[in-house]
Design a protein around this ligand. Sequence first.
Ligand code: ATP
Length: 246
Amino acid sequence: MNLIETKNLICGYGRMPVVRELDLSVAAGEVVCLLGANGAGKTTSLLTIAGALPKLGGAVRVTGHEVTRARPHEIARRGVSIVPEDRGLFSKLTVAQNLRLRRHRQSGVEIDEVLGYFPMLTPLLNRQARLLSGGEQQMLALAGAFVADPKVMLLDEMSLGLAPIIVERLLRTVRAIADERRMGVLLIEQHVMAGLSIADRGYVLAHGEVVAQGSAAQLRDDAELLEASYLGEHGAIEEAEARGLV
Ligand code: ATP
């Protein structure tokens, strides 16, 4: 069963559509990359799936339930956890307090188990979030999303401003969580090749439309197409069609 499924989803602001006819799915244990240039509509899509922006058209199902008109907390209750671009941490609270706050349900993942995936947080439990490095903060943001025991995580540009080695470590942790807990992950990643290296599949958005989709290996091998999509070149759609990626 797909944990997330969108059909002809239209996303935007006010009445202005920014993303059109988005058909996307994420299955249990699957890591799916949402790729595309700045302004392509990636964040807008993620926020709309999470219910933070109203849907302008189409439908969204989460764990098999229709959530097209549901509010963010209802979608969260269905098992969707989002890590926004600004990480959403409580900066004056400690690492431990941030984790306890996010573990709002009795059924949440035990803190010790979470620390097993993020061992670097263990010596930092009593440190305020604002005093952590960028990489540590991102780890805490991920751990905070994970501690609520979601079925699917939506991750927005978690590597923003981080060193490549930290990005790799975070991505490997995401892969391990998906594999070991059968969690679905929808990932926006600016380090395209790093993202695709741990992903199963990917979608490329350009100007609010999916211009290519396929297995991570297919997309990795098609650097030219990826580049064309990123540059928003005309012809990206035709090129993708010719290569069987749409
Ligand atoms: P980035 O990597 O730059 O975040 P993105 O693919 O995530 O790019 P979005 O942030 O989803 O792109 O933006 C898609 C389009 O929606 C852009 O043209 C942007 O200007 C527009 N947009 C974003 N936020 C708003 C808003 N609050 N009101 C109106 N338009 C917006």
